[in-house]
Ligand binder design. Sequence first.
Ligand SMILES: C[S@@+](CC[C@H](N)C(=O)[O-])C[C@H]1O[C@@H](n2cnc3c(N)ncnc32)[C@H](O)[C@@H]1O
Length: 368
Amino acid sequence: MADNGLSPAVPPRVTLHDDPLRAPVLPFDSGVLPWPAHGDIAFLRARDGWPLRQFPLERMRCEQGFKPLADGLRQAGLDVQPQLEGEAEASLVLVLPPRQRDEAQALLARAVELAAPGARVVAAVANDEGAKSREKDLQQLAGLAGTLTKFHCRVFWTPPLPGAQDAALLARWQQADAPRPILDGRFSSRPGVFAWDRIDPASALLAAHLPGDLAGRGADLGAGWGYLTAEVLDRCPGVTALDLYEAEARALELARGNLAAHAARVALFFHWHDVTGGLTEGGYDFIVSNPPFHAHDRGDRPELGQRFIEVAAQSLRRGGRLLLVANRHLPYEATLAATFATQRVLAEGGGFKVIEAVKNDAVKGRGR
Ligand SMILES: C[S@@+](CC[C@H](N)C(=O)[O-])C[C@H]1O[C@@H](n2cnc3c(N)ncnc32)[C@H](O)[C@@H]1O
């Protein structure tokens, strides 16, 4: 293995079956493309893993807005930002476009914009995540010089770029995932974030059953673009402060704007944060959550929601309340029983359940 400039003491957070990460290195691995000898290499929607480690990475600048993946890159010693600034500076741009079309097209446009004159953009997409459509997109934007298919993915690349072939298309796609008003202007959102243009029905059920007496300091775990927090603040006048914890930087930024009108009355704090690692604050009077149960690879991960419940239990004061909504089939009851004194179903409907769990009070809670 080549010296990749990283500390040998840091083991890669290996994902053995991360095929979309194996794909973009394929043309370099097989000698079809040269790894640039000079200049920065931009990697958009980067993640760490062993396929990357065979190249010199000290010149790599990574963009990753999802905190757990950004933390993985940082722990591996890589330079990572939620959003790379600058343009036309990279000697190579690697990109893993997401499934959502508008977000993917905007990302391809940024990739082309980041490429220095003579640099290539190399993109990789899993076959079942729109690989052929994204390949056509890149071809339309900047032309294609090659394609390989392997690992259930397509990897495709531009010729050395003089810039975008179609400046009007570049400008249009750069705006494709821009924030915009949704739900009759009540909120602002953008393609790619969770339930970006609608109210998630599970969150709506929780909102409809929020106890109006929630008061004091609260937290929203996995706050998204801010819908649930907005409902808490509208329905519960006794709330004085609220911490929003969200892993997606773009969603958190939207929440900041969506809740600006409440900030005069309530102290709001926005944390770009991986909840599974615990919270930065504690002693909350209440916590609300519609926890995630999918990882970035879209596999079912009920243990994510279970971890959110454990973290909520650690972060509430004694007697504090967790208000949780989940798909009815998700196995959260045992975790709630192990970490809370009581739990009761407040509502069920549309395949979801709303649960209120109360942390042990000072008498019952000794030892917890
Ligand atoms: C089911 S959505 C709920 C979003 C929002 N509360 C709503 O009601 O629309 C779960 C949210 O958790 C976020 N998330 C996923 N993994 C996370 C993690 N490890 N730490 C913090 N937030 C996470 C997702 O980005 C998503 O916004």
